[in-house]
Design a protein around this ligand. Structure first.
Ligand code: NAD
Length: 254
C-alpha cells in the first residue's frame, strides 16, 4: 500500500474522477475525507470505501464559499488532526465561445474551478506550513495547453489553475509542501456526458469525434486519472514540484 495512514481530502469526490480517486486512495490505506456539494453521492463514495475495508468520512461543503470551506477544514482537523494531501478536484464545465457566454456563466465557472482551488488551499495550507509537510494536487486539464472549440470559460479556468500551481509551488517549497497539477484529456465521466449532450445534436457523433482526437484511439476512464493521483500523492513522486502531469491518451498531439 502506497498511502498508509495519509489523511487525504478530495473535493468533488461524489462522482467521476474524484470518486474513482477516493476509492483508490482508500485501497492504498489512506484516511479519505470525501467532499462534495452533493450529499447523496458523497455519502455513497464514503460508503463504498468503507465497504472495501477502507477508512472514509464524508463532509459536505461548497468549495467556492469561504465559510463552507473553513467549516470543512475545521471538521477535518477535528477528526484526523491534520491534512496530509489535498486534491483540489471539484470542477464544473462551461460550454460556449465568448460571444455565447453570459457574464454570470463565466463567473460561475471561474468561481468553482479557480476560486475553489484558492479557498481550499488558503485554509488547508496553514496546517501544512505549521507541520512543514504537505502535498497539494490541483486539477487542471489538457485544455490549458490546447485550443478546443467553445470552451472559453472552462479553458481560462484550467489555464489559471496550471499557472496557480506553479506559483504555489514556489511560495510553499520552503515549507516542504509539493504542489503539482493533473492534466487529463477527455475522460468518460458524467461531466463529459453532460458536455456531449449540451453541445451536440447527436452525442454519439460527438463521442466519435472526440475519440478520433486521441492517439490512444479511445477516451480515458476515471481510473486512469486516479492512478496518476495516487502517484502524485505518494512519495514516489517526491522529486516532482510544480509539474503538469498529462493523462490524456496523447490528445495534445492529436
Ligand atoms: P463530475 O461532474 O463527474 O464530478 C465533479 C464533482 O464535483 C461532482 O460530484 C460535483 O457535485 C462536485 N462539485 C461541483 N461543484 C462543487 C462545489 N462547488 N463544491 C464541491 N463539490 C462540487 O466531473 P469529473 O469529470 O469527474 O471532473 C472532475 C474534475 O476533473 C473537474 O475539475 C474537471 O474540470 C476535471 N477534468 C475532467 C475531465 C474529463 O474529461 N472528465 C478532463 C479534464 C479535467
Amino acid at each position: 500500500m502506497r498511502l498508509i495512514d495519509k489523511v487525504t481530502l478530495i473535493t468533488g469526490s461524489g462522482s467521476g474522477i474524484g470518486r474513482s480517486t477516493a476509492l483508490r486512495f482508500g485501497e492504498e490505506g489512506a484516511f479519505v475525507i470525501v467532499n462534495d456539494l452533493d450529499a447523496v453521492n458523497g455519502e455513497e463514495t464514503a460508503k463504498q470505501i468503507r465497504g472495501n475495508g477502507g477508512k472514509a468520512t464524508f463532509i459536505q461543503a461548497n468549495v467556492a464559499d469561504p465559510q463552507s470551506v473553513q467549516e470543512l477544514v475545521k471538521q477535518s482537523h477535528e477528526k484526523y488532526g491534520r491534512i496530509d494531501v489535498l486534491f483540489n478536484n471539484a470542477g464544473i464545465s462551461g460550454v460556449g465561445a465568448i460571444h455565447e457566454t453570459e457574464p454570470e456563466q463565466w463567473d460561475k465557472v471561474i468561481e468553482v474551478n479557480v476560486r475553489g482551488v484558492f479557498l481550499m488551499s488558503k485554509y488547508v495550507l496553514p496546517g501544512m506550513m505549521e507541520r512543514k509537510s504537505g502535498n497539494i494536487i490541483n486539477m487542471s486539464s489538457c485544455i490549458a495547453e490546447i485550443g478546443l472549440a467553445r470552451r472559453a470559460s472552462y479553458s481560462a479556468s484550467k489555464g489559471a489553475v496550471l499557472a496557480l500551481t506553479k506559483s504555489m509551488q514556489v511560495d510553499y517549497a520552503p515549507y516542504n509542501i509539493r504542489v503539482n497539477a493533473l492534466l487529463p484529456g477527455t475522460i468518460l465521466t458524467p461531466f463529459v456526458e453532460d458536455f456531449l449532450a449540451r453541445s451536440y445534436d447527436d452525442p454519439h457523433i460527438a463521442y466519435e469525434s472526440l475519440r478520433k482526437r486521441q492517439l490512444s484511439g479511445d477516451l480515458g476512464r476515471p481510473e486512469d486519472v486516479a492512478q496518476a493521483a495516487v502517484f502524485l500523492a505518494s512519495d514516489e513522486s517526491k522529486f516532482m514540484m510544480g509539474s503538469p502531469l498529462y493523462i490524456d491518451g496523447g490528445v495534445v498531439f492529436g
